[in-house]
Each structure stands twice: as structure tokens, then as C-alpha cells.
Design a protein around this ligand. Structure first.
Ligand code: XMP
Length: 319
């Protein structure tokens, strides 16, 4: 029964011993696991750590700025931000199949990350935010036991061509322990207790073909939903909540004309293990506020719906 402070102290000395005076590369996504690794390694080895943050254009509103502010400005971590939005959009153009979209996003991420890594001299180690459940899951996948429904690319994304040694300081920890480490390391509570966000990001929350126009609308709608959930205290009562972009046009009356615009679906669930989930019984007043704000403050959305499907059979994401 170790305290977070003891685990940090232990890992800091283990990392120092493993790495010596050599250089470590980390793919920073802004998610809890890679963020905690960044903070931990920064404490252990300071400037010997370089993080690469790939902005794929499928992130939530202000996410890139927040990552840079927290790590680069605030903590003084070396972070290289790669603006790869156009590259991801090009790879996704014309693609409507969810699994193909996932693969393209995952592969493009690896390509971009590899290219950036090649520009940095003298890297010997690759750090990863692997946590204990990931270790179990990928072990199960290798023996064929796991029923792999979706091609998650969080684990096993290490390209074979990169002959780097791994640094995985969270390998023995569960998610709640990782969160407590994050708090102890001084990461903002908002970041540490954030809902999970899929690797392919908004790419799987825009149904069918991904376009910049859609991503921009979705980012705005999602930000309004999350802001109202936080304001009302419902963010922490739900396990995951987000907006989904539906590429269908629905009528709205504006002035004396009929205008056909996009539809936004809201999804909020309560779950313990993400294997089953119940749709969150959000108050009508909250849904009303969110809907009014999205329709009145934004261009291009005529209708908002709330998803009342539980898992199974409906998955949490719409793709
Ligand atoms: P589903 O939609 O399968 O989601 O009920 C269960 C959990 O997994 C997340 N999810 C993903 N995470 N890459 C990820 O890293 C993916 O492709 C992916 N698809 C779903 C989802 O957000 C939820 O937390």
C-alpha cells in the first residue's frame, strides 16, 4: 500500500537508473496516461525528455493550446507540437468506413511521429503511457483470447523500425493510481479527471466522411455541452459525455425562410467498466440549455437530439 508520493519517488529513481544521461522521446496526447508519464519523466530527467504532440485536427476545442500551456509554458517540458491537421484530413478524404478511418488515423499518427522522431538527435528511449490494464489486454490479444472489436491504437503502436528501448513507468498501475500520481505531480485536476477520449478523436464522432467543416462545428457543439455539464455538476456524475456530428440536414425556420442544416446528437453515459453503460438521465433543464445554446450560438446546426440508447447493444461511440 504505497502512497502516490512513494510510487513517484521509486519510479523517479528507477527511470534515472535506466536512462542515465541519455535522451527519451514521448508521444504526448493530452490524455491522462501520457500526461502523467510526461510529468513523471520531467521530474526524473528534466531536459533529457522531449515530447512530441501531434495535432491531428481531430482534437477537442482548445485541446492543443491546453497541452502546450500545461506542459511547455507551465512546467517547462520540451514539447514539439506538430500541426498535422491537413495531412490527416487528406488521408481521410472520401473515407466513410469507420474501421478504415481508424486505421488511417492510427497509421498517419505513426508516420508523423516517426518523422518528428527522426529529426531529433541522439534519442535512445521511447516512453509510453502503458498502464496495467493495457498490459493485460494486449497479452490477451496476442493469445487470441480478446474479442477485438475495434482497432484501438493506444497500445502496440510502436513501429518496428524504431529500435528504441522502452520506458514504461506506469506499467504496474491501475487508472485510479495513475490519476493520484498525476495530482501528486501537480497536473491540473481537470486534466487528470477528464473523461476518456478515443485515439481517433473526433474522427469517429463525425459519422461517415470527415471534413474540416464538420470537425469545426462538432468542436463548438461539444465544448458547449461539456461547459454546461461542468457548470451543472453533471460532468463528474457521468463517465463519458460528448457531441456527435450527424451528416444529415434537417429543417429549421429562420425568419420567414426554411433553412436546412446539420444535426448534433448528444451522448452521455454512466458506466464502471465501459463494457456496459447506461445512458445518463440528465435533467431536462440541462438538455434544454445545451440545445438552445448550440442552436442559437452556432451557425449550421438546426437540431439537437439526445441519445437514449444503452450498451449493449449500442456502443458508447456512434462508430
Ligand atoms: P464503445 O464505443 O466501444 O467504447 O462502447 C468503449 C470505450 O472505448 C472508447 N473507444 C476508443 N478508444 N480508440 C480508442 O482509443 C478507438 O478507436 C475507440 N473506440 C471507442 C470509447 O470512447 C469508450 O470510452
Amino acid at each position: 500500500n504505497w502512497t502516490p508520493a512513494q510510487i513517484i519517488e521509486d519510479q523517479v529513481s528507477r527511470v534515472r537508473e535506466q536512462v542515465g544521461d541519455r535522451h527519451v522521446l514521448l508521444g504526448l496526447s493530452g490524455g491522462v496516461d501520457s500526461s502523467v508519464v510526461a510529468a513523471l519523466l520531467h521530474r526524473a530527467i528534466g531536459d533529457q525528455l522531449t515530447c512530441v504532440f501531434v495535432d491531428n485536427g481531430l482534437l477537442r476545442k482548445n485541446e492543443g493550446e491546453q497541452v502546450m500551456e500545461t506542459f511547455a509554458s507551465h512546467m517547462g517540458v520540451n514539447v514539439i507540437r506538430v500541426d498535422a491537421e491537413q495531412r490527416f484530413l487528406d488521408k481521410l478524404a472520401g473515407q466513410a468506413d469507420p474501421e478504415i478511418k481508424r486505421k488511417r488515423i492510427g497509421n498517419t499518427f505513426i508516420e508523423v511521429f516517426d518523422e518528428e522522431a527522426a529529426k531529433i538527435d541522439g534519442v535512445d528511449f521511447l516512453a509510453q503511457g502503458t498502464i496495467y490494464p493495457d498490459v493485460i489486454e494486449s497479452a490477451a490479444a496476442k493469445t487470441g483470447k480478446a474479442h477485438v472489436i475495434k482497432s484501438h491504437h493506444n497500445v502496440g503502436g510502436l513501429p518496428d523500425t524504431m529500435k528504441l528501448k522502452l520506458v514504461e513507468p506506469l506499467r504496474e498501475l491501475f487508472k485510479d493510481e495513475v490519476r493520484r500520481l498525476g495530482v501528486e505531480l501537480g497536473l491540473p485536476a481537470d486534466m487528470v479527471y477528464r473523461h476518456p477520449f478515443p485515439g481517433p478523436g473526433l474522427g469517429v464522432r463525425i459519422l461517415g466522411e470527415v471534413k474540416k467543416e464538420y470537425a469545426d462545428i462538432l468542436r463548438e457543439a461539444d465544448a458547449i455541452f461539456i461547459e454546461e455539464l461542468r457548470r451543472s455538476g453533471w460532468y463528474d456524475k457521468t463517465s463519458q459525455a460528448f457531441a456527435v456530428f450527424l451528416p444529415v440536414k434537417s429543417v429549421g425556420v429562420v425568419g420567414d425562410g426554411r433553412r436546412y442544416e446539420w444535426v448534433i446528437a448528444l451522448r452521455a453515459v454512466e458506466t464502471v467498466d465501459f463494457m456496459t453503460a447506461r445512458w445518463a438521465h440528465l435533467p431536462y433543464e440541462l438538455l434544454e440549455t445545451v440545445s438552445n445554446r448550440i442552436i442559437n450560438e452556432m451557425e449550421g446546426v438546426s437540431r439537437v437530439t439526445y441519445d437514449v440508447s444503452s450498451k449493449p447493444p449500442a456502443t458508447i461511440e456512434w462508430e
